[in-house]
Design a protein around this ligand. Structure first.
Ligand SMILES: NC(=O)c1ccc[n+]([C@@H]2O[C@H](COP(=O)([O-])OP(=O)(O)OC[C@H]3O[C@@H](n4cnc5c(N)ncnc54)[C@H](O)[C@@H]3O)[C@@H](O)[C@H]2O)c1
Length: 341
């Protein structure tokens, strides 16, 4: 039987309770302490989990010798200071996305975890989702051919953040998925956007991010907190077929289109020849079993702590996403100029 691990969750706002529920039900894991600066949130949590200790001071959690692992679901500007203190105190750490507010901070955490031989994992939740794993399986099988282009739209009305813009809030999901599926790194980034809500300086509510990857693939990511409809879709265009992932659909989340342009081997001489080269074939939707991604993510964190293996969403993976986000902010300040990473 695997060793029991005592876990604390810091941050019981919107997202924290989802992590709390999954760590509470994970086998050989004791949810020991919950921390939030807001006592009312703690009272709600205590009602749900009466056996769990609560505190408003995260230092109490970090200094508790009985706690082995800390899960951070705080506003982004607090990720680095809390994670740093936790690692320095010998705790394994899972941090929500985006891992930190800067590349420098992410690098520091990655180095610290390595030096202390501790697990550092980032909550790139989609990497644990069944449709994303199915998409990777399909793309790795070669069914779509070589990937040429990817696009993603993550739009809704809110939920506004006060310390990060919409790219830092929503695009980590798209970037983590793209990096995971391509296995390539970003080469350069362009980003434009507007602070349509005047939330505060550098808090754009609508952005368009373009990424050129080192393997030649081009990606467009549209993020918005100001849209009447919730849109969560991604398109992967390959040399053979195209795939659309619509996460809003309850069923048929993935559709594979046998569409493309077949260039006549001898080239084409008339416009009519060119038109005939369009291929509009069948569409099918592959089946897969849904499991709650956070359940797998929580279990994976605990498994990595016990085995000492590198998480699928490691500190280095968190750093790669933050590198793109930091470049996107620089590009925004320069009206969309290309920033080479
Ligand atoms: N993986 C996902 O799909 C996903 C989804 C939503 C949010 N998130 C991430 O989760 C994190 C939290 O986001 P949220 O939407 O839950 O934010 P939130 O503002 O709803 O919750 C943050 C909580 O932290 C508490 N807090 C603030 N300062 C504190 C301090 N010094 N000590 C203790 N507690 C403190 C607040 O009281 C609040 O309850 C962010 O990094 C966000 O990007 C991830």
């Amino acid at each position: 039987m695997s060793t029991n691990l005592n876990v604390a969750v810091i941050g019981c706002g919107y997202w924290g309770p989802n992590l709390i529920r999954n760590f509470n039900s994970a086998p050989n894991c004791t949810l020991k302490t919950l921390c939030d600066a807001n006592q009312k949130r703690l009272d709600v949590m205590k009602g749900l989990y009466p056996n769990v200790q609560t505190t408003t001071d995260y230092n109490e959690v970090i200094n508790d010798p009985e706690i082995q692992a800390i899960v951070i679901a705080l506003p982004v500007h607090l990720h680095h200071p809390v994670a740093k203190a936790a690692l320095e105190n010998g705790k394994h750490v899972l941090i929500e996305k985006p891992m930190t507010s800067s590349v420098e901070q992410s690098k520091e955490l990655v180095a610290l975890a390595k030096q202390k031989n501790l697990t550092l994992m980032v909550g790139h939740t989609f990497i644990y989702s069944a449709p994303v794993r199915k998409i990777k399986e399909i793309i790795d099988s070669g069914e779509l051919g070589d990937i040429i282009y990817m696009s993603s739209r993550r739009l809704n009305l809110g939920l506004f953040q006060k310390d990060i813009n919409v790219t830092w809030d929503l695009a980590p999901h798209d970037l983590a998925i793209m990096l995971y599926i391509l296995g390539s790194e970003a080469d350069s980034v362009n980003c434009t956007g507007v602070d349509a809500l005047n939330i505060s300086e550098n808090i754009e509510a609508i952005t368009n991010l373009s990424v050129h990857f080192k393997n030649g693939v081009f990606a467009n990511i549209q993020s918005s907190w100001l849209d009447p409809n919730k849109v969560r879709d991604m398109t992967f265009v390959g040399t053979k077929k195209m795939l659309v992932f619509n996460d809003i659909e309850q069923f048929e989340k993935i559709k594979i289109y046998d569409k493309g342009i077949d260039m006549p081997e001898a080239g084409y001489s008339t416009f009519a020849d060119f038109v005939f080269a369009y291929r509009n074939g069948d569409m099918y939707s592959p089946a897969f079993n849904m499991v709650e991604p956070l359940k797998l993510e929580a279990q994976h964190f605990l498994d990595c702590i016990r085995s000492g293996s590198t998480p699928l969403t490691s500190g280095e993976d968190g750093l790669k996403v933050v590198q793109i986000l930091e470049a996107s902010s620089l590009s925004l300040k320069q009206n969309g100029a290309q920033i080479v990473l």
